[in-house]
Design a protein around this ligand. Structure first.
Ligand SMILES: Cc1cc2nc3c(=O)[nH]c(=O)nc-3n(C[C@H](O)[C@H](O)[C@H](O)COP(=O)(O)OP(=O)(O)OC[C@H]3O[C@@H](n4cnc5c(N)ncnc54)[C@H](O)[C@@H]3O)c2cc1C
Length: 281
């Protein structure tokens, strides 16, 4: 107290010094906190369990699953275009492990989300069908060979089938939401029926918000009446019409059921896309 009085009687200079020091410490703390990267929750070597907090049925065989991260500011820590392994039990109680790509990014803090298509006799599909809010699922990662830097290519062509849309959606969101990334994206998305199209609203709104950078061409095996998109399987002609032509600064990504991937690889080879211009998730 005496010291403080003495300091005050010495004039304003020391007080100003103290105030400046306090302000400097506060600014440094705020800067440190704002630049400190949140700790990633994934571990490539060990299974980590995450609680299912919300399950939303999107159609008769598709649901989205929101899992909570340990704190509301945690991030999953998944590089763009990579996926996670999920562990579950099939109908016989046997362990099953399958890859899934979250539809969320690390800019979505505190949770991650999966969109899952459940097949009637699918082993991991059984696990997801049974999984209830409040239960935990074991996850490991990141996994995958895809590496992405903003503007690494001029344009991506994307060939997706069914649930193969999830890695495309994740990469597309990351590119479009980055104002420093100018990459253009041309997606061809194949499904059996209109009802099978996953993330339709999300894709529509990305197309509407980024008309110069993102185009989607939907292809259906069994189109409804009045359908104006593609019909049948994704063909060579569709790729020629809707994807960037072969060039050293473009890449075509594909993800679909194995027969579709095989057919797309042979179309791309025939159209002159080199191995370096193709990537399969
Ligand atoms: C990198 C990567 C990311 C993936 N991300 C997702 C995702 O986000 N969401 C998602 O739902 N799936 C995703 N998948 C597919 C997923 O890994 C499983 O293959 C799928 O859930 C089926 O597993 P299952 O054990 O239920 O079926 P299985 O027991 O393997 O198969 C059962 C039946 O389903 C059929 N089937 C299996 N997979 C497919 C398919 N893809 N298309 C058509 N028929 C099929 C089989 O022919 C079989 O008749 C991804 C796959 C990869 C490689």
């Amino acid at each position: 107290m005496v010291a403080m009085e003495e300091m005050l009687h010495l004039g304003k200079a020391p007080l100003v010094g103290v105030v400046l020091a306090v302000v400097a410490v506060a600014v440094a703390t705020v800067y440190f906190l704002s630049t400190k990267k949140p700790k990633a929750c994934l571990d490539p070597e060990n299974w980590k369990s995450f609680k299912l907090v919300k399950r939303t049925q999107l159609s008769h065989n598709v649901a989205s699953f929101r899992f909570a991260l340990p704190t509301p500011t945690s991030v999953l820590g998944l590089p763009i275009g990579q996926h996670i392994s999920c562990q579950g039990k099939d109908a016989e109680g046997q362990e099953v492990i399958k890859p899934y790509t979250p539809t969320t990014l690390d800019s979505d803090v505190g949770y991650f989300e999966l969109v899952i298509k459940m097949y009637p006799v699918g082993r991991m599909s059984h696990h997801f069908r049974e999984l209830q809010e409040g239960e935990y699922m074991a996850v490991k990662g990141p996994k995958g060979r895809f590496k992405y830097q903003p503007n690494q290519v001029r344009a991506f062509g994307m060939l997706a089938g069914g649930s193969g849309i999830t890695p495309m959606f994740q990469v597309t969101r990351a590119i479009l939401e980055n104002t420093n990334d100018h990459t253009k994206i041309y997606l061809i998305y194949g499904n059996v029926t209109y009802e099978d199209i996953l993330l339709k609203d999300e894709l529509d709104s990305l197309e509407k918000n980024y008309p110069d950078r993102f185009k989607v061409y939907h292809v259906l095996n069994q189109p409804p009446e009045g359908w104006t998109g593609g019909v049948g399987f994704v063909s060579k002609e569709m790729i020629q019409a809707h994807c960037p032509a072969p060039a050293s600064d473009i890449q075509i990504l594909r993800c679909g059921p194995p027969p579709m991937n095989k057919a797309m690889a042979s179309h791309l080879d025939a159209l002159g896309y080199t191995k370096e211009m193709q990537f399969q998730f």
